[in-house]
Design a protein around this ligand. Sequence first.
Ligand code: ADP
Length: 162
Amino acid sequence: MLRGIYPGSFDPVTLGHMDIIKRGSHLVDELIVGVLCNNAKMPLFSVEERVKMLEEVTSDLPNVRIMPFDGLLVDFVKEMDAQVVIRGLRAITDFEYELQMAQTNYKLAPEVEYIFLPTNLQYSYLSSSMVKEVAAFGGDISQFVSEAVIDRIKERYREIKR
Ligand code: ADP
């Protein structure tokens, strides 16, 4: 059984992430989306909230499971008994970072393999931080995230402004 891990912050999950999840899920028997706790990045949503949103938007994908994780990615991969890591590539800047991360991880765990999926052209510009920036100023984010996520973001910014 081939098990893949798609790790990230997903703060919040965008249509670009969802595209990688869907395509990645066709490549492996089971895809685990690993949601990094990463409090140092001061996330807009708690890891529990991010897991919940991901569960909602992937409910139609039977071989996708959402799991929070903390610590080293290679440790999480081994703990989940997975063999491959899937990541999305948007631009050269992603490529440089991803290559460095994969090469460091090869040193730590040579048995773990990496699959990089090029972004779908229509989402190549899309990132969670851009979505947050637009939402913070009350802009329309309906082209960037799913409906369930729109409501959560609006609600969060309302809470912050209170
Ligand atoms: P991280 O904090 O690890 O960068 P992100 O949640 O920003 O986590 O992204 C997780 C993964 O999803 C990364 O591999 C990133 O390149 C990929 N990704 C993010 N946005 C897109 C997109 N619009 N198209 C394709 N891949 C994307």
